[in-house]
Write a protein that binds this ligand. Structure first.
Ligand code: SAH
Ligand code: SF4
Length: 346
């Protein structure tokens, strides 16, 4: 608030009303992705990622890829806003921001860097929404913050109160005023909180589910939460989610070589999801330091996708983005550790 006198700003900061997240480092990837390392007041660090996508003439293919990457249907019932770029000569850059809800994560998914690290603490609502304020302030010229995805470090629904409060701050007309359908909460499947989110926001918040398997044995091996809330319970919660008409739930499926990438698993998935309004994002696993697990080869990914596409599902393979700065999902580093330069195995 540089329009306030410096002494008043100092006073406000002393009262605890200063910045709650401070940018410590910005890593810019070759593909335009920016990963911000943020320091919290207690010294802990989190990360948030800005993912720009160029729209406008000639950028359709990239937009498709990015819509899938962002888990957002940029081409769906998009009449109210945001088409200003179409027909414009100057490219217009829409940015999706990925935000964190916890320092670390308690869920312990085997393929995820945050899960391997364990939970350090929950974030407060101001720390969650503060990432978006900061992200918005750090946009480049011509960029517009379009979508926010709760897909950074942590399990948003394990920190339900703060997540819900931050959602209100982000979507309130007198707050950051983002359209609810442009805000996506991703969860590993905390069933009671999925129902709570649906009830509290009337189904308006976009929902992404990290499924990663179509049978309980495989899912429990990859995601311990499945032992508490197995697949039938989770599917029941999805059927009960008060989704508005024409909207779909995003199913995230991280493909891990030799674990969940068999075409038979894809065929089971077809049956499991039958009747649910979903779109599926396949994410070849990003290698992480703490695990020997990795992505399947391209052919295996394509075969898996074919089964789903032929069954009539809308199914994208997510591009790796920001891989050269470890900004791709699941690679968000903890506590200021140096990002590693890693390349895809496949
Ligand atoms: N905790 C929430 C949101 C954060 S994780 C959740 O699990 O949904 C965001 C997404 O990244 C999830 O779908 C998660 O499964 C995926 N992910 C985590 N680690 C990954 C990795 N190493 N490679 C690819 N995807 C990963
Ligand atoms: Fe937590 Fe999501 Fe990572 Fe699982 S995938 S450990 S729920 S952040």
């Amino acid at each position: 608030m540089t329009n306030l006198p410096a002494r008043l700003r100092e006073h406000l900061a002393a009262e605890g009303l200063g910045e709650v997240v401070t940018p410590e480092r910005v890593h810019r990837s070759e593909d335009g992705t920016r990963k911000l390392l943020l320091r919290l007041r207690d010294g802990a660090t989190i990360e948030t990622v800005l993912l720009p996508s160029v729209s406008g003439p000639g950028a359709r293919a990239q937009l498709d890829a990015d819509a899938a990457a962002a888990d957002v249907d940029d081409d769906e019932d998009d009449t109210s806003e945001g088409n200003a770029a179409e027909g414009d000569a100057a490219p217009h850059v829409r940015v999706t921001q990925c935000i964190s809800t916890q320092v670390g994560c308690a869920m312990g998914c085997t393929f995820c860097a945050s899960g391997v690290a364990g939970l350090k603490r929950h974030l407060g609502p101001e720390e969650i929404a503060g990432q978006v304020l900061l992200g918005r302030a750090m946009l480049d010229e011509g960029e517009e913050l379009r979508n926010v995805v709760y897909m950074g470090m942590g399990e948003p629904l394990h920190n339900y109160e703060a997540t819900a409060r931050s959602l209100r701050l982000l979507t309130h007309p007198e707050g950051i005023n983002l359209s609810t359908r442009r805000v996506t909460v991703s969860t590993s499947g905390l069933v009671p909180e999925i129902a709570r989110l649906g009830a509290d926001f009337g189904g308006q918040i976009a929902l992404a589910i990290s499924l990663h398997a179509s049978d309980n044995e495989t899912r429990s091996r990859l995601m311990p939460i499945n032992r508490k809330h197995p697949l039938d319970e989770l599917l029941e919660a999805l059927r009960a989610y008060p989704l508005p008409r024409r909207r779909r739930i995003t199913i995230e499926y991280t493909l891990v070589a030799g674990q969940n990438d068999d075409p038979a698993e894809a065929r089971r998935l077809v049956k499991l999801l039958r009747g649910l309004p979903v779109k599926i994002n396949l994410i070849p696993m990003n290698p992480i330091e703490a695990s020997s697990l990795g992505p399947p080869g391209l052919e295996r990914v394509a075969a898996f996708q074919d089964v789903l596409t032929q069954a009539g599902y809308s199914c994208f393979v997510r591009r790796r983005r920001g891989d050269d700065v470890s900004a791709a999902c699941g690679q968000l580093v903890l506590l200021g550790a140096k990002p590693k330069v890693r390349r895809a195995l496949a």
